[in-house]
Ligand binder design. Sequence first.
Ligand code: PLP
Length: 254
Amino acid sequence: MTSAIPCVLCLSGHDPTGGAGLAADIGAITALGGHALGVITANTVQDTSDVRRVAAVPPILIAAQLEALVQDCRIDAVKIGLLGDAAQVDPILDCIRRLRVPVVLDPVLRAGGGAQLVNSGLLAALRERLLPAVTVLTPNAAEARVLCGGEDMAGLLALGVANVLVTRGDEPGGKVVNTWYRAGQPPRHFEWPRLAQRFHGAGCTLASAIAALLAAGRPLDQALEQAQAYTHGALSRAYPVGAGRLIPGRSIPA
Ligand code: PLP
């Protein structure tokens, strides 16, 4: 328990392209000076265009991995991405209730290529059980609509989540306008130049960057702003590894 490097516990899927999932988390967290502890929630079959299959890791294995890490490691923040099924929510909730550190949840409901990644049981478990334990939720606009059942994105706060950053990279418009909702405050908008390309793993990069900055002790407003700036930079350095969407360039050039 002597590490001075901020440690982020990531609960994420494995994407063999290295664009999204745990590989994305490790890239972003490392670039921002942190260390990623990684628990895989699901293996996937996918390419840079779309996800074809998701195979959930058994909850008992996730519980054992979390226990080993909690007993041994310093954990300063948690990042949750793709979940394999609703049965994984129990061990994850147990863990984050014990840790009492900031939790960033990127609700991976649909892949950028269009594949549905959650069933109704997992969606209900996310909304009703996990969201109330989350510090920052980072849905894109389409995911926010599914979670709130319409256009009232501030209404997500009523589900018990403390902060919601809705990203709009997936929406049309000359600029990307992301919006931070929190109780008792007016929404705050962040504007970013729109990049022409399409990306694979942008959401994982942003959520991990927020978690890394919170793990390092940054106040939430700074963490949200700096993580978006970092992600915008990574997207502007994106590169192709396949025929589909580009992979964010997560290493910060020297
Ligand atoms: N696969 C995994 C493991 C993911 O975590 C995600 C998104 O978070 C995706 C695929 C889909 O990524 P994208 O929507 O950027 O293509």
